[in-house]
Design a protein around this ligand. Sequence first.
Ligand SMILES: NC(=O)C1=CN([C@@H]2O[C@H](COP(=O)(O)OP(=O)(O)OC[C@H]3O[C@@H](n4cnc5c(N)ncnc54)[C@H](OP(=O)(O)O)[C@@H]3O)[C@@H](O)[C@H]2O)C=CC1
Ligand SMILES: O=C(O)C1=N[C@H](C(=O)O)C[C@H](O)C1
Length: 260
Amino acid sequence: MAQPPIRIVVAGALGRMGRQMAEAVQTDPRLALAARFHRPGTVGDGLVSRDEALATADVVIDFSTPAASADLARFCANRGGPGLVVGSTGFDSAELADIADAAKTIPIVRSGSFSLGLNMLIGLVEQAARALDADDWDAEIFEAHHRHKIDAPSGTALMLGQAVAGGRGVALDAVARRVRDGVTGVRPPGEIGFAVVRGGSIVGEHSVSFCADGELVTLSHAAGDRIMFARGAIAAALWVAGRPPGQYDMRDVLGLNARA
Ligand SMILES: NC(=O)C1=CN([C@@H]2O[C@H](COP(=O)(O)OP(=O)(O)OC[C@H]3O[C@@H](n4cnc5c(N)ncnc54)[C@H](OP(=O)(O)O)[C@@H]3O)[C@@H](O)[C@H]2O)C=CC1
Ligand SMILES: O=C(O)C1=N[C@H](C(=O)O)C[C@H](O)C1
């Protein structure tokens, strides 16, 4: 017998990704767009309040802001559901702790990128970082995005940084150089550098370069259309519906994480 469609609620509904998500959900026969909500007080014209929306949901897909996503995760955990797919980026440590806490009660898939290609690249970056000695190969991460993006480095760049750090067996926070300006001194070995461009309508470009004396290895990804983030988030929503509580990422959804 055919499965009933999974009921999706879209949060941050008037944003770039919120609009893209609603469109993608509506055209997917496995899903029903149950409701959309935006900021508190923004109702009408197809938007309902958060409380009303959540009452209709199997899964909420949320691309909004770090503060709004952390608040939503707390709220969903307190009411015992629904499960969440969180795409927002730029979280501080308190917001991340709130999400981790909520994931003790509800299932949450959170990723800085819902792109299939980018999540595959993460594994290649980790493998390269493991193989290339950090004393000889300087790791530099580049990202470019549209002029409206408000956080930096991007969530994806930080995921790539985590992959380099993981491959090297170090903590990213201990070796990340997120900004350079002025007389910065000689580059210390083992540092993981970040460079950021903001301009125009660039959807998202990322690369990781390993730079040695006389040679350079670069692994890169370019996003040409936001629709593929929306498709990845849909895959995550289908995967997370009915899962036990826990914090998952897109590599879990794609079966790319080895979990005990
Ligand atoms: N993980 C991934 O694959 C991807 C992640 N992203 C991330 O998703 C997030 C959103 O990106 P994008 O759509 O481009 O940004 P937008 O600014 O276009 O959209 C975010 C929306 O969230 C709304 N919002 C703010 N507070 C609340 C709230 N309390 N409740 C509900 N909605 C709220 C904003 O409203 P208002 O306009 O009124 O401020 C805004 O419309 C960013 O963090 C971005 O980095 C983006 C693409 C892919
Ligand atoms: O804000 C964006 O647009 C994007 N944000 C995500 C990030 O911070 O990495 C993903 C994607 O690159 C687009």
